[in-house]
Ligand binder design. Structure first.
Ligand code: UDP
Length: 253
């Protein structure tokens, strides 16, 4: 088979040309980065877990009418997705203060927010993804006012879905980041959830113990990242109880 054409390589994923027009193959790597790629590691099996988890979340979102780019999982590390024009913003939704918000505003990590708060960050590694306002977004043409309204509506629906899903397995969704893309139907444009939703881009705390089950385990050297992601996948029923991704041999009694 001819080698596939690579379209883009990011820190944790590679995009290849897809088999049909307007499709891409999204490959999940084992690489983990933090602090704008100043910290880097390779976590055995992370890509396999994130491929499964993102499939699980996006399939659920599609099922409740929140449009996403996800079409189907192809194998352990790859999924078929719709090609979109990515809006160059990271959309963050926060239910509790943590991370950069706690630092910036001096609010203790874990403080419940009075309502979900949405923030936009410009996707620009050289600038360290700065926080931007709606005024900036419109003035510099990164998106229109209509896009912003649609992005907020999408982000809140994703938040409700993900919060409920996680609550059901004893996990608090503290915050998360999504990326949103445009698709075109003739002259008509629609916004859909793109990229990935995984513990790489969420803060997930065990409700009982407060244990972190997300990329902060890597950022803050709190233990084994693959173990944390495996726990999330196991609770959601994405992995069988023993943690294996494929059924093992059956013991003959
Ligand atoms: N996030 C992300 N990619 C980024 C920045 C943030 O996925 O480039 C996620 C992060 O995992 C967290 C949320 O967005 O769930 C809010 O992150 P925050 O602004 O607190 O920044 P951080 O503390 O991660 O630097």
């Amino acid at each position: 088979m001819a080698r596939r054409r690579m379209i883009y390589e990011g820190k944790a994923k590679i995009l290849y040309e897809g088999p049909e027009p307007d499709t891409l193959i999204q490959y999940f790597k084992d690489d983990a980065t933090a602090f704008n790629a100043e910290k880097h590691g390779v976590i055995d099996g992370k890509g396999v877990l994130n491929n499964r988890l993102s499939e699980h979340f996006m399939t659920g979102l599609n099922a409740i009418g929140v449009p996403t780019h996800f079409i189907k999982r192809l194998n352990m590390r790859e999924q078929l997705v719709r090609m979109v024009e990515i809006i160059p913003l990271e959309v963050v939704v926060r239910n509790m203060a943590a991370g950069s918000m706690s630092k910036r505003l001096g609010i203790k990590e874990g403080t419940a927010l009075p309502r979900p708060i949405i923030e936009f960050y410009l996707k620009d590694d050289a600038l360290g993804d700065p926080l931007v306002t709606e005024e900036h977004i419109i003035a510099f043409n990164w998106a229109t006012q209509q896009d912003i309204d649609d992005m907020i509506a999408l982000a809140l629906r994703v938040n409700d879905f993900m919060t409920g899903l996680m609550y059901g397995v004893g996990i608090r969704l503290v915050d998360f980041k999504i990326e949103i893309g445009r698709i075109f139907d003739g002259d008509f444009q629609r916004l859909i959830v793109a990229d990935e939703i995984s513990p790489d881009s969420c803060r997930l705390w065990d409700i009982e113990s407060g244990q972190k089950l997300d990329k902060d385990v890597f950022r803050r050297d709190l233990g084994d990242l693959a173990d944390a992601y495996t726990e999330v996948a196991r609770r959601l029923g994405v992995l069988p109880r023993n943690g294996a991704t494929v059924p093992g041999p059956k013991l003959v009694q």
